[in-house]
Ligand binder design. Structure first.
Ligand code: ARG
Length: 404
């Protein structure tokens, strides 16, 4: 029987060429799997047709938008996951859902190998291959762009030679990866890290410097899960999508950063994540109000680690699963409403309320209703500072000073 390979297909130049390239190199039949994770752009049926026209024996387009939102974006939100304190992990979150469905397709079609079109310099090759290994250690991996000399020039030549239906002139100067959680843009003039991004780079967000009326939104959470906007019950996918539009229209969620890739390279990336940043901002604030102090402090460490695991391609690791169990417990009381003003490139919290709130007006107020017994503070501070005071006495004694 002819060998079969399942390829992660985007519809772009590289993966279109990879279909024929893999077939020519290995004699295998290529099954193209294209995932809709909310990237927008071309119609998925057009992408399917293109895969077949490029020589795929089968092509599947999978609508993974809800699964991606519920099983990948939502855990990231509950983890307030921001790599290097800033990047909401757009690409890192989408690879595992694609991997899962590629493996399922491989089983359906009896394939013996999985393939991706990543280069050897980025994080995504790691995420794909570590994911493949975790879910299907028996399958072989093919990476034609990285391992068999499929450079961009050769890909263009191959496309022309085979008369593949892809418009190579349409290809953008940027490398772009986008989904419902956000958009990542790199290469081109952005590789000079002193060059500022021009408006042309952005598509999810409007120019935040243009004067416009602000927007206001109330996000309702139950157990750390956003369930409604302005009182309308919506799915996770609908909430992210609507916030992408509304926060994006105010220019919120733009980021320009140099990040540490897993492969050791520092690279410059421009992101726009209006929905993700708005949701994380709101969620963090609701946690500030509803999560007990020590649990909140500990969770910040968990969040950092969670973000690193997702970034580093370890989505399918036992540690990520265990951290999710912790986050689930920590989210038990994260219920309530957060109000934000979306304006001038920012999502700013202006109000929070909910039955699970730990905020006690009587304890906090400086007005007549004050219920806090200030006399208790004096003794508390004596004991709290006792170890430092003893150490200071010791130091002065050993230094031969007075007051020992
Ligand atoms: N640097 C980001 C990550 O590793 C995005 C990678 C894809 N970016 C791109 N512009 N093609 O998650």
């Amino acid at each position: 029987m002819t060998e079969r390979v399942v390829l992660a297909y985007s519809g772009g130049l590289d993966t279109s060429v990879a279909i024929g390239w893999i077939a020519a190199e290995t004699g295998a039949e290529v099954i193209a799997v294209a995932a809709d994770v909310g990237q927008g752009g071309e119609d998925m049926t057009v992408i399917r047709e293109r895969a077949l026209a490029c020589g795929a024996v089968e092509a599947e387009v999978l609508d993974l938008k809800d699964e991606f939102a519920d099983d990948h974006c939502l855990p990231a939100l509950r983890a307030n996951a921001l790599y290097m304190d800033r990047y909401p992990l757009v690409s890192a979150l989408s690879r595992p859902v694609i991997v899962k469905h590629m493996v399922e397709a491989a089983r359906r079609y009896g394939a013996s190998a999985l393939a991706h079109g990543c280069t050897g310099k980025g994080n995504d090759q790691v995420r794909f291959e570590v994911g493949f290994g975790a879910l299907a250690p028996d399958l072989r991996v093919l990476a034609p762009v990285r391992d068999s000399g499929m450079t961009r020039d050769k890909a263009i030549a191959f496309a022309a030679e085979q008369a593949l239906p892809i418009d190579v002139t349409k290809s953008s100067p940027y490398s772009i990866d986008q989904n419902v959680w956000g958009r990542a843009v790199e290469t081109g003039f952005l590789e000079d890290i002193w060059n500022g991004p021009i408006e042309d780079v952005y598509s999810y967000t409007a120019d935040p410097t243009v004067p416009r009326e602000p927007d206001e939104v109330v996000i309702t959470f139950v157990h750390g899960v956003p369930v409604a906007l302005d009182g309308r019950q919506l799915s996770m996918l609908q909430i992210i999508t609507e916030l992408n539009t509304r926060a994006g229209a105010q220019g919120a969620g733009r980021l320009d950063m140099v990040e540490d890739r897993l492969v050791g390279i520092k690279s410059r990336e421009v992101y726009e994540c209006p929905g993700a940043i708005t949701l994380i901002t709101a969620h963090q604030e609701l946690e500030n109000v509803t999560v007990e102090r020590d649990l909140a402090r500990f969770k910040r460490g968990v969040e950092q680690r969670w973000g690193e695991l997702a970034y580093d391609g370890l989505w399918f690791s036992p540690l990520r699963r265990a951290l999710d169990t912790f986050i689930d417990t920590a989210s038990q009381h994260v219920s309530g409403d957060v109000r934000l003003t979306l304006h001038g490139g920012r999502a700013v919290v202006t109000g929070r309320r909910g039955v699970a709130s730990l905020y006690d007006y009587g304890l906090a107020t400086y007005d007549a209703e004050d219920t806090f017994d200030q006399s208790l503070a004096k003794g508390f501070i004596e004991l709290w500072g006792l170890p430092s005071k003893r150490a200071a006495h010791r130091d002065r004694r050993l230094a031969g000073g007075a007051g020992a």
